[in-house]
Design a protein around this ligand. Structure first.
Ligand SMILES: *Cc1c(COP(=O)(O)O)cnc(C)c1O
Length: 467
């Protein structure tokens, strides 16, 4: 008995039908609701005992197809929530190849390390990091941040020192993954100093300098500055050049969280503010956000290869490499991150970049930036809406205004009702204490007309709560 299909022809038919269902969904990505909650009846059906017997390929195909409608909704052109990429149909091809090969990309001598190193080189080129940079393709920026900060930590402690005295600096707008990494790596969250921002929500470089010096005077050990290229609330880009200068003079590690924003370096509209990416000691960003690779794929780039390797390479006997044979190869991913077994994630990034090319991806990014500006103009044109933050990149934060009722409540209601009607999905945040409807555009399917449909819906729903 094996797990291979007893009737290969029947399985082939089921597989082709599954592919058709997947392609149908994506060909119709523009149609229908953005988000469809899982119905209660479906939740009940899905609560089942551990399967003892199996089912045919055709039966599991139909079970899988039944789930296709109940995703997050980010394949739809009016999905504007959080920072989600929309993905691309082409990703299905790479996923099929990856599934068929079923490689463990943790190490050894096969094609995965070759493709992964190519992706790392391309990522360096896209962001202006040196081509000799080290790196690793990972699940996303959260994991990339952990790897980068572990490397920074080991460098800071390589000649001794007390981990308890290490301090890191970032802005108040930083993503929560930085604090999580601080917690996981044993610094403690309180070792991360959140430096105030200027009116544009960028880190106040002068306040940062003072904070570093005050800690030094107090006998603590500043070791890392974390800049943000595209802050999650409203897209602010820190003055990366100023941070790089400061890190250089103060001999601190310079890490950049560029989860979505770093990708804008390939476009023309924001790249002038991203030149500092090239000066990072480490940089984390995602392929699954603005670059539209299917979930999940992100990357960490680290300028100093020896430092990166030193932070992770401790292979025991049973993982020893060899000069020749399958245990050969000089790039073993396990030497550059905490995971051993891992998928051939780099393949879908490689295929995506090859199929679409950088110029098309760059155009999409620039168009999204223009769309955020267009949305700002629609908000400013309406006497029912007001902007709550500047629009430095692809995120627009605004709210509905009315004479009666609590504005926070009304706007919260608008966000929920938009989602429940299925007309659009936004997320929300607070800007200077005020509840904001937050629209993030990292979507290759969004058209200007989608923004008009969206604004009309906001005004309609706001009006209905305003009686
Ligand atoms: C999304 C995001 C992260 C986290 O990245 P994941 O890929 O979700 O792990 C970190 N920082 C910023 C600015 C983000 O937008």
């Amino acid at each position: 008995m094996t797990l291979d299909p007893k009737d290969p022809e029947a399985f082939r038919r089921a597989a082709h039908a599954m592919l058709d269902a997947a392609l149908d969904k994506l060909e119709n990505a523009r149609e229908g609701r953005v988000w469809t909650p899982v119905p209660e009846s479906e939740k009940t059906r899905l609560d089942m005992p551990l399967p003892q017997g199996g089912m045919s390929g055709e039966d599991i195909r139909s079970e899988l197809a039944a789930l296709l409608s109940y995703g997050v909704g980010n394949t739809h052109p009016r999905f504007f929530g959080w920072v989600h990429g929309a993905g691309a149909p082409s990703g299905l091809l790479a996923d099929m190849a990856m599934g068929a090969m079923n490689v463990n990309a943790g190490g050894r001598n096969h094609v995965a390390p070759i493709i992964e190193q190519q992706v790392i080189k391309w990522a360096a080129e896209m962001t202006g990091m040196p081509k000799t940079s080290s790196g690793l393709v990972v699940s996303g920026t959260s994991m990339a941040t952990i790897i980068a900060l572990k490397t920074a930590r080991d460098q800071a402690l390589k000649n001794g020192g007390d981990i308890k005295t290490l301090r890191g600096y970032t802005s108040e707008q930083t993503h929560s993954c930085v604090e999580r990494a601080f917690d996981l790596l044993g610094f403690g969250k309180e070792s991360l100093r959140k430096v105030p921002c200027n009116d544009a929500f960028e880190i106040d470089a002068e306040a940062l300098r003072r904070a570093v010096h005050a800690d030094r005077v107090a006998g603590l050990a500043p070791f890392v500055i974390i800049g943000t290229a595209g802050a999650v609330n409203m897209g602010a880009i820190d003055d990366l050049e100023a941070l790089a200068d400061l890190a250089q003079t103060d001999r601190l590690w310079f890490h950049i969280d560029g989860a979505f924003g770093a990708a804008a370096n390939i476009g023309t509209l924001a790249c002038e503010r991203l030149t500092g990416l090239s000066r990072a000691d480490s940089l984390a960003f995602d392929f699954h956000k603005w670059l539209q690779v299917n979930y999940d794929a992100g990357i960490v780039l680290i300028r100093d290869k020896a430092a990166h390797r030193a932070a992770f390479a401790q292979r025991p006997d049973y993982l020893r490499g060899s000069e020749q044979g399958l245990a050969g190869g000089d790039f073993w991913a396990v030497d550059y991150g905490p995971e051993l077994s891992r998928s051939f994630r780099a393949l879908k990034v490689w295929a995506h970049l090859r199929q679409h090319g950088i110029s098309k991806l760059a155009e999409i990014i620039d168009r999204n930036i223009e769309q955020a500006k267009y949305l700002e103009s629609l908000v400013k044109r309406s006497d029912k809406l007001e902007m709550l933050a500047p629009v430095p990149l692809n995120i627009c934060c605004f709210r509905y205004i009315s004479d009666g009722g609590d504005l926070d409540d009304i706007n919260q209601e608008i966000v929920i009702q938009l989602q429940e009607e299925g007309v659009a999905v936004t997320s929300s945040t607070r800007i200077n204490g005020q509840f904001a409807i937050r629209v993030n555009i990292t979507n290759h399917r969004t058209l200007m007309s989608d923004l008009e449909v969206f604004i009309e819906a906001v005004e309609r729903i706001g009006g209905s709560h305003n009686r």
